[in-house]
Design a protein around this ligand. Structure first.
Ligand code: PLP
Length: 444
């Protein structure tokens, strides 16, 4: 079906070309649990390997269950193609390695998920790719850090713990004036933020979070906006514009021409999935398709609940401050209003006046909320970064990252808001008094 004019709720169920399984008529997308696919004949096999025809060869590169997920993600995001991979980390790594090689650099926002931070600061360094970190408070920092070896800008739409929305249009415009694409990790704000509408070229996701929605599988995706002219900046993107000797001399911008503006996505699949192999399992692709079907509904509930939780926390004496885009002022609020068209998201931070010990007591007193290092689950989740994810950092480093000793991060789920608030309320009461070891529902 054509997808252009449909709304999220419809695209989530029907986006892409899948209507029913061609072999059986199955309406639910079948899990094609196979490693390989039989060719029609020798010519067919040769055409597939020569990229003269796109089709199934081997599940590391492409699989029909994965295809449905990719088409639906591309339709929902407003992109031209998507690549599903085995994790959000793989999506981020591939998004850069697709266009950067040793000697190149990427300019990245400093406000990043911790796993992305170490991938950038440590692991990509091993590949000879330098990441230049800049403060996104001033978009011009991206221009200042750019040189002729800069291959991309990278940022998260709604990075925690600070929850300061990234200036997508401002940085995308700087990049476009210099021939540098902006890659946006939109994990925390699917459907809520629309990076392609603001000039981003590529969007990446950890589908593990809201897209899966049920905390049941790890996965990731790269969506190609099809809106960046890689050929016009051929000197900057030799990996896309010069013969690729790992694929019989193909030039990816040329090879993509009969298929549409998908040179970036085509290379990512054909080179990176083939060679690095972070393929998504068909079973997990199925789980993410299931998750997508209810994503628009869930996101609405997440967003509504989070706003109520933020309001509740703002009225509590023990809370020194609430970190939530809808409560920000000044430039952070302007950015939140400019880019979060579907609400202020479902991550809420707050700072307890009584510091680390109060944070630990609060977490230990929760009965409904789960204490896990994750976001985007249908269930409400909480974590105290100073004693967990950020414990290896000095207090000064923690503060630079936006983690104060009493900071607690909530990923607000889709339970009834009154029940979420009641649990937070009783844990705040307990955190104020003596250390509490109330039996938690999630203790098993
Ligand atoms: N990007 C963001 C914003 C994340 O929060 C995470 C995981 O927490 C990732 C990427 C990495 O995703 P995954 O855990 O699926 O590899």
């Amino acid at each position: 079906m054509t997808t252009d004019s449909k709304r999220f709720e419809t695209l989530a169920l029907h986006g892409g070309s899948y209507r029913a399984d061609p072999a059986t008529g199955s309406v639910a997308v079948p899990i094609y649990q196979t490693s390989s696919f039989q060719f029609d004949d020798a010519d067919h096999a040769a055409r597939l390997f020569a990229l003269e025809e796109i089709g199934q060869i081997y599940t590391r590169i492409k699989n029909p269950t994965q295809d449905v997920l990719e088409e639906r993600l591309a339709a929902l995001e407003g992109g031209v193609a998507a690549l599903a991979v085995s994790s959000g980390q793989a999506a981020t790594a591939f998004s850069l390695l697709n266009i950067a090689q040793a000697g190149d650099n990427i300019v990245s926002s400093t406000d990043l998920y911790g796993g992305t931070w170490t991938l950038f600061s440590q692991t990509l360094k091993q590949f000879g790719v330098e990441i230049r970190f800049v403060d996104p408070a001033d978009p011009e920092n991206f221009r200042r850090a750019t040189d002729e070896r800069t291959r991309a800008y990278f940022a998260e739409t709604l990075p925690n713990p600070k929850l300061h929305v990234f200036p997508i249009a401002e940085v995308a415009a700087i990049g476009r004036s210099l021939g540098v694409p902006l890659i946006v990790d939109n994990t925390a704000t699917p459907l809520i933020a629309r990076p392609f509408d603001h000039g981003a070229a590529i969007v990446v996701y950890s589908t593990t979070k809201y897209i899966g929605g049920h905390g049941a599988a790890i996965g990731g995706a790269i969506v190609d906006g099809g809106n960046f002219d890689w050929e016009a900046h051929a000197g900057r993107f030799p990996l896309l514009n010069t013969p690729d000797h790992a694929y019989h001399g193909v030039v990816w911008t040329e090879a993509a021409k009969p298929l549409g503006p998908i040179a970036y996505a085509l290379r990512a699949r054909t080179r990176l999935l083939r060679d690095l192999g972070a393929a998504i399992a068909p079973q997990n692709a199925f789980l993410f398709i299931q998750g997508l079907e209810t994503l628009p509904l869930r996101i609405r509930q997440h967003v509504e609940n989070a706003a109520k939780v933020a309001d509740f926390l703002s009225g509590r004496d023990e809370v020194a401050s609430v970190i939530f885009p809808g409560l920000q002022t000044g430039e952070p609020r302007r950015r939140a209003d400019a880019y979060l068209s579907g609400g202020y998201g479902a991550l809420v931070g707050f700072e307890l006046k009584d510091g680390v010990e109060a944070g630990r007591r609060f977490i230990d007193s929760l009965k409904l909320l789960y204490h896990v290092a994750n976001i985007g689950d249908a269930r409400s989740l909480a974590i105290h970064p100073a004693s967990t994810t950020h414990q290896q950092l000095t207090e000064e480093e923690q503060r630079a990252a936006g983690v104060t000793p009493g900071y607690v991060r909530l990923s607000v789920g889709i339970e009834h808001p009154d029940d979420i608030i009641a649990d937070i309320g009783q844990a705040l009461d307990a955190a104020r008094s003596a250390p509490s070891r109330a039996p938690a529902l999630n203790a098993a």
